[in-house]
Design a protein around this ligand. Structure first.
Ligand SMILES: *[C@@H]1O[C@H](CO)[C@@H](O)[C@H](O)[C@H]1NC(C)=O
Ligand SMILES: *[C@@H]1O[C@H](CO)[C@@H](O)[C@H](O)[C@H]1NC(C)=O
Ligand SMILES: *[C@@H]1O[C@H](CO)[C@@H](O)[C@H](O)[C@H]1NC(C)=O
Ligand SMILES: *[C@@H]1O[C@H](CO)[C@@H](O)[C@H](O)[C@H]1NC(C)=O
Ligand SMILES: *[C@@H]1O[C@H](CO)[C@@H](O)[C@H](O)[C@H]1NC(C)=O
Length: 948
């Protein structure tokens, strides 16, 4: 719960971050730089300001844009002139002879050059001649430069409320065809109470004729700055192409330099300085038509009026797209790792083995993640709205709801699909988080620029949006765009009606993610069915359901198979002689099956419709919950290694109430066998029946009556022991008080009840406690068949004893297969033992039988003084002629006495006699242990296998 609470509160952190940043930005935007300038015009005697006045006249360049401007000022139209050091001169790049010599730069007297071309040179020459006056005209009205051509090197601003040329310290230039004198001229800035003296410098305007427009072009092109050194920069004022102009037509092209702009404010365009260059050409043409007395004067340029504006930037809309993409994507690795965790810890298989079907598992997990994601998103949206993030408040909540809802569904399905690829939580979470951050960054820096690029094909954007991360980004981007605009202009954000806007990508995104959700969900389920837990299914499993007509899942195995099983057990070709004996004992236990099989064999001749016989035959199968029929597992040849026979044809029947102990050296194939029985792998050939159901087809049903205690504890680290038992008990259909009672009994029986152990997290258990919990899990809910893989490993003797008692009690009504390396455990718990070597059972029987069969000798030890050794040996030879001395050292001797030759009573008698003749320090007679049997069988089998 706390993990989820922490997860859900994660977006709150982001929202708060945004609020804090927004405050910062707001205060920055509300700083005096970004507000219309104000001045205190009336101060009271205490020095407090009584009245302030705001307006354009109190503002500087930065502040002007915020001021209300009901009557925009008129500004003289200026020409953009390159600075003295940048004006075009003759260099190695610009080689035209008529350009001024580079030496003028040091003198600061370079002329400002304009290039002219056209179809009719004589017309062109005339026009260029009449563009500039030869001298400064003193009677120019003050503040207007209509007759004098005045330029500036100050860069223009975005707007023209204030002409920067008049605010800057740089001089203005009066452009004349010949410079005679500098003059200083005082102008007063309109609407401002102060007037300034501004220096007006003379600069020579040089007009150069070129023969074609391409020549002009190439010269302008070459003049464009190369590198940073001043010598390489050659700027022109403008260029004109008079084309086909003549007495009837005035047709002109004007080149202007659009890169004159203030990079710091990002102000675009020197367009504001273009009217003057056009006016110069028109004026010259008018004079050509009408004579020099006619003038077309451009007195002022003036902008349109505007109200006071405030700069408002909503950060959540501007940056939200990227950050909210992260916030929402963040759920992906969470779902993914949690799914992979269950896979990595094999909990999924464990749950399946205890009867949790795929369908319910999917539904529950999906619903769980959906609820978590919904809460997460709700928390995110509600909290964001409460603290007033425009991103949420301005857009229609129903669109947001639909978008987020579909998207989180898609994301969960995606996690299910991707989880099939990973088997380690670490890899999954690393990849998951890389995806989260990578997607956000790629979205922000690549995808967004594509979306904004009008010329980028829309089709490719749709293709990119097929990647869910980008469709999320696009959706959030649209929300951000609409809320940003709405906040800036004070209108509504996105409404349903806006979905049909031509630039709004939301509609496609909604369609894409909805369709993708359905497709991905289907594929995720499919891939899961094919690849994941359990025996797996063929990739075309769903076709099978169509082809095969549905059968009752409780169908019993067919008659023939049941019969053949008995025969198979009888004649296994590769058995040693010893093995044959065991086989018959085994057969004896299955005799009734054999008998009925025999009957049926004949009944097919006598009465083919003898169904009563079938019934009879099938009856025993329920009394034998586990029947293995020639079960084989062969791992295919790989990497140049030959095929590996893990299980070489195993036949076995286990009666109800029986505990079968499987002994065998490591790597003998025990685990392969168990894995087949619990449905983790499929048998290569042969099959097994559990409760009469074939493991190849009815594994799902078998799981409901099966309990497994795996070799490695498969537990959720964060669940308590009690919760584990409650969960698995519930899977076995226990409920209410029955469940609680079963859990309590179970906890008590494995010694986990007292001292609050049951309510501690399983992750904090010791190894022994985990083991006991695993055993308890395997037994809860009364399974009919239980597999225990080394259940008592790592337990202290006391817990082991109590565990044994649990297993003994549990044995009553069910069949248990138990593997162990502890002979003591095998003897204590198992009714029958099988020694499994190299893929096949070497012998089957109870402990006593095995000992009798394989350990056919007693070990007799006697210690005397050294000089009596001979007498002892004689005595032993007398007892058993074929006795075999295995060990002798300073008076202690050890003999192996074949059982069939000695009676224990005789041995005692002989020892009593011996004691009367010499001193016996110590003596002992030991039966062979199961361990001896085990070693003998294992060795024998391996030797046999090597020979064959
Ligand atoms: C902006 O700052 C001024 C004083 O500097 C203050 O009076 C005004 O309330 C502020 N406006 C906002 C929206 O914070
Ligand atoms: C060029 O223009 C002049 C007028 O300035 C005109 O007299 C002359 O005929 C024109 N030349 C051509 C080739 O059009
Ligand atoms: C105009 O003034 C500049 C700088 O003050 C000076 O270098 C230049 O020689 C002057 N030109 C004339 C014609 O006086
Ligand atoms: C245009 O203006 C830029 C400065 O913004 C200058 O570097 C460039 O050389 C100019 N180009 C021409 C052809 O004058
Ligand atoms: C102006 O010149 C262009 C380019 O030479 C030409 O295509 C256009 O027809 C001319 N316009 C007139 C009105 O002559």
């Amino acid at each position: 719960m706390w993990t989820n609470v922490r997860l859900i509160s994660f977006p709150i952190f982001f929202c708060l971050l945004f609020v804090a940043l927004q405050r910062l930005v707001d205060s920055q935007l509300n700083s005096s730089d970004n507000r219309c300038g104000c001045v205190c015009v009336q101060v009271d005697p205490n020095g407090q300001c009584q009245r302030t006045e705001c307006g354009l006249q109190y503002s500087d360049m930065d502040q002007a844009s915020s001021c209300p401007i009901p009557n925009p000022p008129e500004w003289p139209a200026l020409l953009q002139i390159p600075g003295p050091n940048y004006r075009a001169v003759r260099t190695d790049v610009l080689t035209s002879g008529d350009l001024p010599d580079a030496s003028c730069r040091s003198l600061g007297s370079c002329p400002a050059t304009t290039l002219v071309t056209g179809n009719n040179q004589s017309l062109g020459e005339f026009l260029k001649g009449s563009m500039f006056s030869t001298s400064f005209t003193p009677d120019d009205p003050q503040g207007s430069f209509a007759t004098n051509v005045v330029g500036t090197e100050t860069y223009p601003e975005r707007y023209n409320y204030l002409e920067p040329a008049f605010a800057s310290a740089l001089p203005l230039y009066n452009i004349q065809s010949q410079c005679t004198s500098n003059s200083t001229f005082s102008i007063s800035i309109n609407q401002s109470s102060t007037s300034r003296d501004i220096e007006l410098r003379c600069v020579q305007g040089l007009y150069l004729w070129r023969n074609s427009s391409s020549e002009v072009n190439s010269e302008l092109y070459k003049g464009y700055r190369k590198g940073n050194s001043e010598e390489k920069i050659n700027e022109f004022v403008a260029a004109y192409d008079f084309l086909n102009s003549d007495g009837n037509t005035f047709n002109v092209t004007v080149w202007y330099n659009s890169t004159y702009k203030n990079y710091s404010t990002g102000a675009p365009m020197s367009l504001l300085r273009i009217p003057r260059s056009v006016n110069l050409a028109s004026n010259a043409y008018l004079q050509f038509l009408q004579g020099s007395g006619t003038k077309m004067l451009l007195e002022f340029v003036k902008e349109m009026p505007k109200p006071e504006t405030k700069l408002k930037i909503d950060l959540s809309s501007l940056l939200g797209t990227l950050f909210f993409t992260w916030v929402i994507l963040q759920l992906f690795p969470v779902v993914l790792t949690s799914l992979v965790y269950e896979k990595q810890q094999k909990l999924r298989v464990m749950m399946k083995m205890h009867g949790l079907g795929d369908g319910p598992y999917w539904m529950i997990s999906y619903a769980y993640f959906l609820v978590i994601s919904l809460l997460y998103m709700l928390c995110f949206v509600i909290f964001g709205s409460v603290i007033g993030l425009k991103f949420f408040t301005l857009n229609d909540y129903s669109i947001q709801l639909v978008f987020y809802f579909i998207y989180i569904n898609l994301q969960i399905s995606m996690a299910f699909l991707v989880a099939a690829v990973f088997s380690s939580v670490k890899t999954a979470s690393v990849i998951g988080y890389i995806l989260v951050f990578g997607t956000g960054l790629l979205g922000g820096f690549l995808f967004e620029s594509f979306v904004e690029d009008e010329s980028f094909p829309r089709g490719w954007i749709i293709v990119m949006e097929l990647y869910p991360g980008f469709s999320l980004y696009r959706g959030l981007y649209e929300f951000g765009q609409y809320s940003f605009r709405a906040n800036y202009m004070g209108t509504d954000g996105m409404r349903w009606g806006n979905l049909s806007d031509s630039t709004n990508g939301m509609r496609e995104v909604l369609i894409i993610i909805f369709v993708e959700w359905l497709v991905v969900l289907f594929f995720a389920y499919y891939v899961d069915q094919v690849s994941s837990s359990g025996a797996g299914k063929s990739p075309l499993f769903f076709l099978k359901n169509f082809r095969k007509k549905p059968q009752s899942s409780f169908r019993r195995p067919s008659l023939q198979r049941q019969g053949s099983k008995v025969f198979v057990q009888m004649d296994k070709p590769d058995v040693t002689q010893e093995l044959n004996v065991i086989r018959f004992i085994h057969l004896y236990e299955e005799l009734f099956l054999f008998f009925f099989g025999f009957l049926i064999f004949f009944s097919f001749f006598i009465s083919p419709e003898g169904e009563w016989l079938e019934q009879l035959l099938l009856e025993p199968s329920t009394s034998h919950p586990i029947i293995c029929d020639d079960l084989k597992k062969i791992y295919p040849a790989r990497d140049g290694n030959p095929e590996k026979f893990a299980v070489r044809g195993l036949s076995l029947a286990l009666a109800r109430g029986e505990c079968f102990g499987m002994l065998g050296p490591n790597g003998a194939g025990k685990t392969s066998l168990i894995n087949m029985m619990i449905g983790l792998t499929k048998p290569t050939s042969g099959t097994a029946y559990v409760q009469g159901l074939d493991i190849r087809t009815y594994m799902d049903t078998i799981y409901t009556s099966m309990g497994v205690c795996p070799q490695h504890d498969l537990l959720w680290e964060t669940l308590t022991g009690r919760e584990h038992l409650l969960f698995y008990g519930r899977l076995k259909n226990l409920r209410g008080s029955a469940l609680n009672q079963a859990v309590e009994e179970s906890l008590k029986s494995v010694n986990l009840f007292h001292g609050g152990v049951a309510d501690k997290q399983a992750g904090k258990y010791s190894g022994g406690m985990k083991r006991r919990l695993s055993v308890a899990i395997s037994l809860i809910g009364d399974p009919k068949v239980v597999y225990m893989d080394e259940p008592s490993t790592g337990l202290d003797p006391a817990s082991r004893n109590s565990l044994w008692n649990v297993v003994k009690r549990a044995k009553k009504d069910r069949a248990i297969i138990l593997t162990t390396h502890s002979m003591e455990e095998a003897e204590a718990l198992c009714d029958r033992l099988g020694i499994f070597v190299d893929g096949s059972l070497q012998c089957v029987g109870n402990a006593k039988e095995l000992k009798a069969r394989y350990g056919g000798s007693y070990i007799f030890t006697m210690t005397t003084s050294v000089n009596h050794e001979e007498e002892v040996e004689n005595m032993v030879r007398h007892l058993s002629p074929s006795a075999n001395k295995i060990y002798q050292i300073s008076g202690t001797q050890k003999f192996e006495l074949p059982k069939q030759e000695v009676r224990i009573a005789d041995v005692f008698q002989a020892v009593e006699n011996a004691k009367t003749k010499f001193t016996v320090f110590a003596w002992g007679l030991v039966d062979t242990t199961l361990e001896d049997v085990f070693i003998k069988v294992a060795r024998g089998a391996q030797a046999f296998n090597i020979l064959s």
